[in-house]
Design a binder for this molecule. Structure first.
Ligand code: K1U
Ligand code: ZN
Length: 169
Protein backbone atom coordinates (compact mmCIF):
# COMPACT_ATOMS: atom_id res chain seq x y z
CA UNK A 1 0.00 0.00 0.00
CA UNK A 2 1.10 3.58 -0.55
CA UNK A 3 0.31 6.96 0.90
CA UNK A 4 -0.59 9.25 -1.99
CA UNK A 5 -0.18 13.01 -2.30
CA UNK A 6 -3.44 14.89 -1.65
CA UNK A 7 -3.98 17.74 -4.10
CA UNK A 8 -4.86 21.09 -2.59
CA UNK A 9 -7.03 24.01 -3.66
CA UNK A 10 -6.63 25.67 -6.21
CA UNK A 11 -5.35 22.63 -8.16
CA UNK A 12 -7.52 22.38 -11.29
CA UNK A 13 -7.69 18.55 -11.16
CA UNK A 14 -10.07 19.07 -8.21
CA UNK A 15 -12.43 20.94 -10.56
CA UNK A 16 -12.81 18.24 -13.26
CA UNK A 17 -15.83 15.94 -13.42
CA UNK A 18 -14.49 12.45 -12.75
CA UNK A 19 -15.15 9.66 -15.26
CA UNK A 20 -17.31 6.59 -14.63
CA UNK A 21 -15.22 3.49 -13.91
CA UNK A 22 -16.06 1.01 -16.69
CA UNK A 23 -14.34 -2.03 -15.20
CA UNK A 24 -13.10 -3.00 -11.75
CA UNK A 25 -9.59 -4.33 -12.32
CA UNK A 26 -6.42 -4.74 -10.26
CA UNK A 27 -5.52 -1.04 -10.70
CA UNK A 28 -8.87 0.00 -9.13
CA UNK A 29 -8.32 -2.40 -6.20
CA UNK A 30 -4.84 -0.91 -5.64
CA UNK A 31 -6.14 2.65 -5.92
CA UNK A 32 -8.90 1.93 -3.36
CA UNK A 33 -6.36 0.45 -0.92
CA UNK A 34 -3.96 3.36 -1.39
CA UNK A 35 -6.79 5.87 -0.90
CA UNK A 36 -7.86 4.19 2.35
CA UNK A 37 -4.25 4.24 3.58
CA UNK A 38 -3.92 7.92 2.58
CA UNK A 39 -7.18 8.81 4.37
CA UNK A 40 -6.06 7.06 7.58
CA UNK A 41 -2.64 8.72 7.57
CA UNK A 42 -4.07 12.23 6.87
CA UNK A 43 -6.24 11.57 9.03
CA UNK A 44 -9.68 11.97 7.51
CA UNK A 45 -13.10 10.35 7.38
CA UNK A 46 -13.37 10.32 3.59
CA UNK A 47 -11.42 10.70 0.36
CA UNK A 48 -12.34 10.88 -3.32
CA UNK A 49 -10.07 9.76 -6.17
CA UNK A 50 -9.74 13.27 -7.73
CA UNK A 51 -8.11 14.41 -4.47
CA UNK A 52 -5.20 12.08 -5.23
CA UNK A 53 -5.05 13.19 -8.87
CA UNK A 54 -7.15 10.36 -10.33
CA UNK A 55 -10.26 11.70 -12.13
CA UNK A 56 -12.35 8.53 -11.66
CA UNK A 57 -15.55 7.93 -9.68
CA UNK A 58 -14.26 6.17 -6.57
CA UNK A 59 -14.68 7.21 -2.92
CA UNK A 60 -13.72 5.83 0.47
CA UNK A 61 -15.42 6.76 3.76
CA UNK A 62 -14.68 5.64 7.31
CA UNK A 63 -16.38 7.68 10.00
CA UNK A 64 -14.09 6.14 12.62
CA UNK A 65 -10.99 7.47 10.75
CA UNK A 66 -9.52 3.98 11.15
CA UNK A 67 -10.25 3.69 14.88
CA UNK A 68 -12.81 0.87 14.49
CA UNK A 69 -12.16 -2.09 12.18
CA UNK A 70 -14.79 -2.92 9.58
CA UNK A 71 -16.11 0.61 9.08
CA UNK A 72 -14.43 1.29 5.73
CA UNK A 73 -16.89 1.95 2.90
CA UNK A 74 -15.55 1.83 -0.67
CA UNK A 75 -17.94 2.91 -3.41
CA UNK A 76 -17.43 2.85 -7.17
CA UNK A 77 -19.58 5.10 -9.39
CA UNK A 78 -21.68 6.30 -6.42
CA UNK A 79 -24.88 8.20 -7.18
CA UNK A 80 -27.26 9.90 -4.77
CA UNK A 81 -30.74 8.59 -5.56
CA UNK A 82 -32.66 10.12 -2.64
CA UNK A 83 -32.10 13.17 -0.46
CA UNK A 84 -34.24 14.24 2.49
CA UNK A 85 -34.25 16.85 5.21
CA UNK A 86 -31.69 19.46 6.11
CA UNK A 87 -28.84 19.83 8.55
CA UNK A 88 -25.99 22.22 9.14
CA UNK A 89 -22.69 20.68 10.17
CA UNK A 90 -19.10 21.83 10.38
CA UNK A 91 -16.94 20.35 7.61
CA UNK A 92 -13.28 20.27 6.73
CA UNK A 93 -11.56 19.06 3.58
CA UNK A 94 -8.15 17.48 3.15
CA UNK A 95 -7.79 19.48 -0.10
CA UNK A 96 -8.74 22.77 1.59
CA UNK A 97 -6.35 22.94 4.56
CA UNK A 98 -6.85 25.17 7.58
CA UNK A 99 -10.53 25.83 7.00
CA UNK A 100 -13.54 24.41 8.83
CA UNK A 101 -16.95 25.92 8.15
CA UNK A 102 -20.60 25.07 8.66
CA UNK A 103 -22.31 23.81 5.51
CA UNK A 104 -26.02 23.16 4.86
CA UNK A 105 -26.63 19.63 3.48
CA UNK A 106 -29.39 17.02 3.34
CA UNK A 107 -29.85 15.06 6.58
CA UNK A 108 -30.46 11.69 4.90
CA UNK A 109 -29.28 10.28 1.57
CA UNK A 110 -29.57 6.99 -0.25
CA UNK A 111 -26.57 6.21 -2.46
CA UNK A 112 -26.30 3.53 -5.14
CA UNK A 113 -22.99 2.27 -6.48
CA UNK A 114 -20.79 -0.80 -6.65
CA UNK A 115 -18.38 -2.44 -4.24
CA UNK A 116 -14.92 -3.69 -5.23
CA UNK A 117 -16.40 -7.05 -6.24
CA UNK A 118 -18.68 -5.29 -8.73
CA UNK A 119 -21.79 -6.02 -6.66
CA UNK A 120 -24.55 -3.40 -6.66
CA UNK A 121 -24.70 -1.60 -3.31
CA UNK A 122 -27.41 0.64 -1.88
CA UNK A 123 -26.43 2.55 1.22
CA UNK A 124 -28.54 4.76 3.43
CA UNK A 125 -26.75 7.45 5.42
CA UNK A 126 -27.96 9.89 8.05
CA UNK A 127 -26.27 12.81 9.80
CA UNK A 128 -22.45 12.59 9.58
CA UNK A 129 -22.53 9.66 7.12
CA UNK A 130 -24.96 11.58 4.88
CA UNK A 131 -22.70 14.65 5.04
CA UNK A 132 -19.53 12.68 4.29
CA UNK A 133 -21.18 10.92 1.31
CA UNK A 134 -22.42 14.24 -0.11
CA UNK A 135 -18.98 15.81 0.43
CA UNK A 136 -17.15 12.94 -1.33
CA UNK A 137 -19.63 12.68 -4.23
CA UNK A 138 -19.31 16.46 -4.71
CA UNK A 139 -15.56 15.90 -5.22
CA UNK A 140 -16.39 13.54 -8.12
CA UNK A 141 -18.27 16.43 -9.76
CA UNK A 142 -15.47 18.96 -9.19
CA UNK A 143 -17.31 20.62 -6.31
CA UNK A 144 -15.53 21.63 -3.08
CA UNK A 145 -17.19 22.42 0.25
CA UNK A 146 -15.96 25.98 -0.34
CA UNK A 147 -18.56 26.23 -3.11
CA UNK A 148 -21.30 25.87 -0.47
CA UNK A 149 -20.01 28.91 1.44
CA UNK A 150 -20.71 32.59 0.84
CA UNK A 151 -18.80 34.42 -1.89
CA UNK A 152 -17.09 36.46 0.85
CA UNK A 153 -15.78 33.37 2.72
CA UNK A 154 -14.65 31.77 -0.57
CA UNK A 155 -12.77 34.82 -1.75
CA UNK A 156 -11.18 35.37 1.69
CA UNK A 157 -9.89 31.79 1.64
CA UNK A 158 -8.63 32.12 -1.97
CA UNK A 159 -6.80 35.34 -1.04
CA UNK A 160 -5.20 33.65 2.01
CA UNK A 161 -3.95 30.78 -0.19
CA UNK A 162 -2.62 33.22 -2.83
CA UNK A 163 -0.81 35.23 -0.15
CA UNK A 164 0.75 32.10 1.40
CA UNK A 165 1.86 30.98 -2.10
CA UNK A 166 3.50 34.30 -2.97
CA UNK A 167 5.29 34.45 0.42
CA UNK A 168 6.97 31.14 -0.41
CA UNK A 169 8.32 32.26 -3.85
O1 K1U B 1 -12.91 14.60 1.50
C1 K1U B 1 -12.16 15.09 2.34
O2 K1U B 1 -11.53 16.09 2.10
C2 K1U B 1 -12.07 14.46 3.71
C3 K1U B 1 -12.88 15.20 4.76
C4 K1U B 1 -14.28 14.65 4.77
C5 K1U B 1 -15.31 15.33 5.58
C6 K1U B 1 -15.05 15.90 6.82
C7 K1U B 1 -16.05 16.51 7.55
C8 K1U B 1 -17.33 16.52 7.09
C9 K1U B 1 -17.58 15.96 5.87
C10 K1U B 1 -16.59 15.36 5.12
C11 K1U B 1 -12.18 15.00 6.10
O3 K1U B 1 -12.08 13.93 6.57
S1 K1U B 1 -11.54 16.41 6.92
C12 K1U B 1 -10.87 15.73 8.44
C13 K1U B 1 -11.91 15.37 9.46
O4 K1U B 1 -13.02 15.87 9.40
C14 K1U B 1 -11.59 14.41 10.54
C15 K1U B 1 -10.32 13.91 10.72
C16 K1U B 1 -10.04 13.00 11.75
C17 K1U B 1 -11.05 12.60 12.60
C18 K1U B 1 -12.33 13.09 12.44
C19 K1U B 1 -12.60 13.98 11.40
ZN1 ZN C 1 -12.93 17.16 0.71
Amino acid sequence: MAVLEILQFPDLTLRRRAATIPQIDEAIHRLAQDMAETMYVAPGIGLAAPQVGVPQRLIVVDLSAGERPGELITLINPEIVCKEGELRMEEGCLSVPDLRETVARCRRVVVKGMDLEGRAVELEGEDLLAVALQHEIDHLDGILFLDHLSQLKRSRYAAKVRKAGSAGS
